[in-house]
Design a protein around this ligand. Sequence first.
Ligand SMILES: [Zn+2]
Length: 198
Amino acid sequence: MTQQNSRIEQFQKMAQADPNNELGHFSLGRAYEEAGRDQEAAAAYEKAISLNAKLSKVYQLLGGVLVRLGRKDEAISRWTEGVKVADERGDTMPREEMVKLLRGLGAPLPTIKSSSPAPATGEGQVMCSRCGQVKPKMASAPYSNAQGKMIYERVCADCWRDWIHMGTKVINELRLPLSDPQAQKVFDQHMIEFLCLN
Ligand SMILES: [Zn+2]
């Protein structure tokens, strides 16, 4: 419980220190949700979406919280938006998940155009999982391991640069000692969420 509270405090600090960082609000929402503070979780997720409307996973989580709060109509409208966002970005897992949730509530499903072919990527380009655009790749994989290769194949050079900037903030705000495997795990989780690699 105290560990939960200190996590919440860390993310509150992060969200306050850098209010335009959607990741801070997203992580804060998760921490609130884990602590059963759904009202605050919903507000933090709303904030994250208002900063970056492309976070398909956040629509999914937000809808779940809204259902628990008895705000079913809002949940339906968030999931409906979320399905469209996920569909446009090619985020298959959140899209399928939200379609299932909408069905479960007996809500109408938005039109999905996922059958349309993915935009063509040329030499040295990548369909980026974070910004959803076809953009230049990094010059080389950021790490030599499998994760580095996966990032190279799925994230554009610009978004990777954004993450380096953000990752530095994450380390500073959360005071992560990266020699500690547990801290490394927290850092990786932030990276995966920031780059929309879930
Ligand atoms: Zn990108």
